[in-house]
Design a protein around this ligand. Structure first.
Ligand code: FAD
Length: 502
């Protein structure tokens, strides 16, 4: 484990020291974007022996990487579009992450019930499941197959299975996306990467032998510079906007919005997750076990990344109506929704599936572009983050003639641990620990992204967050006059999750 001069792992360094380090030297690589992709690249590069910095304008995973379906999966439905290579690679990553991150990535059983007369027939599903199993070899998780409907009935209490022709049964893996992202960032920092959230790249210009970035410290409100031999642009759905800030052409992505709703825990409990064709329009969707809750997702509609991404009234109604049509006795309504969360999929505008009409049919593959000192990552999935980082890492090391440029990255063997919340019932002790060890500067960092503790009815969540905000301000020594910003950040997060109700 690489540690800094005073013996502290780099993520435990006070922000000021990290910022000084960022401004003080020319890095091998500066990564912009602290979602799963950017954090994955930071870990890969530092593990190869390069000097690495990463800046993120929000929290680690604060954009798409905290709004996913939380699945580490091959993607059974991509088989319909014959994306066999992509599914195979994702299934290999699934098995790696199950082994490397057992506290973060766990095996999840899925049923796939087929309505009588629906889009998919039992023989089609049986063939798809067999192919899914074959593509996961030699590390299959059980064998995907059709299974008696009585097993589905036992997993989903109250489900009237007489309306189904058959059900599939298989295993995939589930995670907590934002915790996984933080774990990867922390692993990079422990090896010496300088990672700094709440720092925005305003503009990046080529200089003699690399590039210099003008950065804005969002917490301090001032600007500073950092420079590197190469800059990796990992802006997720904001990749085009980020490229424009570097003087590069945009137009790589056609983003779509995906929304989930999380239900009050007493409304539905499941012994397994479900994948199903929406009875409303045939789109594939999920009922997912979500910690102790159940989430329904997702929608897939074209969306402009320049517009703030929030769940819409229409999307929430669609999700509830789809679940109600699958489980008619349930009669879910708005009051059963604890929270609704939306994210933007960074889908490639060109490439496999680009011509397909339905947004959900567009390919999830990634592209890596090189323009002088800039490398842009466009597209990709949570599941494949390590494999993408490996491809980027090998290229970067080769280009710099420094560090290991081997095709196989050291990340194939680096274990990842879930962020540890202090083992205490005392909220102050939990916040103190989170500020010191988990790089928390805002209530949502702790309550939404390092844990699910904020998954409460709106008023209770709001009140809890305000208490957390005060304690964070105490720990960070924020003067009274400046505390309003921490409270406002929490109110904004909550308002975004509630706005569909109005
Ligand atoms: C609804 C939904 C469900 C999904 N479900 C799954 C799933 O179950 N399994 C799966 O494998 N994948 C899933 N995905 C895909 C997956 O979530 C994304 O591919 C992945 O999270 C993208 O990560 P990223 O790091 O590329 O982007 P992001 O997480 O969005 O990170 C990009 C970061 O760049 C930062 N940034 C941008 N511009 C700047 C700047 N100028 N300065 C500083 N920082 C900047 C942003 O703040 C952001 O945090 C889903 C996606 C959606 C939307």
């Amino acid at each position: 484990v690489a540690v800094t001069a005073n013996g502290a792992a780099a993520i435990d360094l006070p922000r000021g020291e990290r910022r000084d380090a960022l401004a003080a030297r020319r890095f091998d690589a500066l990564i912009v974007g602290g979602g799963i992709t950017g954090c994955g690249v930071a870990l890969d590069l530092v593990a190869r022996g390069l000097d690495v910095a990463l800046v993120e304008r929000g929290d680690y995973g604060g954009a798409t990487s905290s709004a996913s379906s939380r699945l580490i999966h091959g993607g059974l439905r991509y088989l319909e579009h014959h994306e066999f290579g992509f599914v195979r690679e994702a299934l290999a990553e699934r098995s790696r992450l199950l082994a490397l991150a057992p506290s973060l990535v766990t095996r999840e059983p899925f049923y796939f019930p087929l309505r009588r007369g629906g889009r998919v027939s039992p023989p089609m599903l049986a063939a798809g499941l067999t192919l899914y199993g074959l593509l996961s070899l030699p590390r299959a998780l059980g064998w995907p197959r059709l299974t008696p409907l009585s097993r589905l009935a036992a997993a989903v209490p109250g489900l009237d299975t007489s309306r189904f022709a058959a059900t599939g049964y298989y295993h995939d893996a589930a995670t907590h996306d934002a915790k996984l992202t933080f774990a990867v960032a922390a692993a990079a920092a422990r090896r010496g990467a300088i990672v700094l959230p709440r720092v925005e790249a305003l503009a990046i210009e080529r200089d003699g032998s690399g590039a210099t970035a003008r950065l804005r410290d969002i917490l301090r409100g001032d600007e500073f510079e950092a420079s590197a031999k190469l800059v990796v642009l990992a802006g997720g759905p904001f990749a085009d906007a980020l490229r424009i800030r570097c003087g590069l052409a945009g137009g790589l992505l056609a983003t779509t919005r995906g929304t989930h709703v999380v239900l009050r825990p007493e409304r539905l409990r499941l012994a397994a997750s479900l994948i199903f064709d929406s009875p409303l329009d045939g789109r594939v969707m999920f009922l997912l076990r979500w910690g102790g809750h159940v989430a329904i997702g997702t929608t897939d509609v074209d969306a402009d990344p320049a517009v703030p991404v929030v769940a819409t009234r229409q999307e929430v109604s669609y999700l509830l109506a789809s679940a109600n049509a699958l489980l008619p006795g349930l009669e879910l309504g708005d009051d059963d929704v604890l929270t609704a969360c939306a994210g933007l999929r960074p889908l490639l505008r060109t490439g496999a599936g680009a011509g397909r009409n339905a947004p959900s049919a567009r390919s999830r593959e990634e592209a890596i572009l090189e323009d002088g000192p800039f490398l842009t990552i466009a597209g990709g999935k949570l599941t494949g983050y390590r494999a993408i980082a490996e491809k980027v890492g090998s290229r970067v090391a080769k280009r710099l003639g420094k560090g290991s440029s081997a095709v196989a990255s050291p990340t194939r063997d680096i274990a990842l641990a879930a962020p540890e919340i202090a083992p205490s019932d005392d909220l102050d002790a939990i916040v103190d620990h989170a500020v010191r060890r988990l790089d928390v500067t805002s209530p949502g960092d702790l309550l939404v992204r390092r844990s699910d503790r904020g998954l409460l009815p709106h008023d209770a969540a709001l009140a809890l967050g305000h208490r957390v905000a005060e304690r964070i301000a105490d720990r960070l020594g924020v003067p009274a006059a400046a505390r309003a910003a921490i409270h406002a950040a929490w109110e904004m997060e909550r308002a975004e999750r509630e706005s569909w109700r109005t």
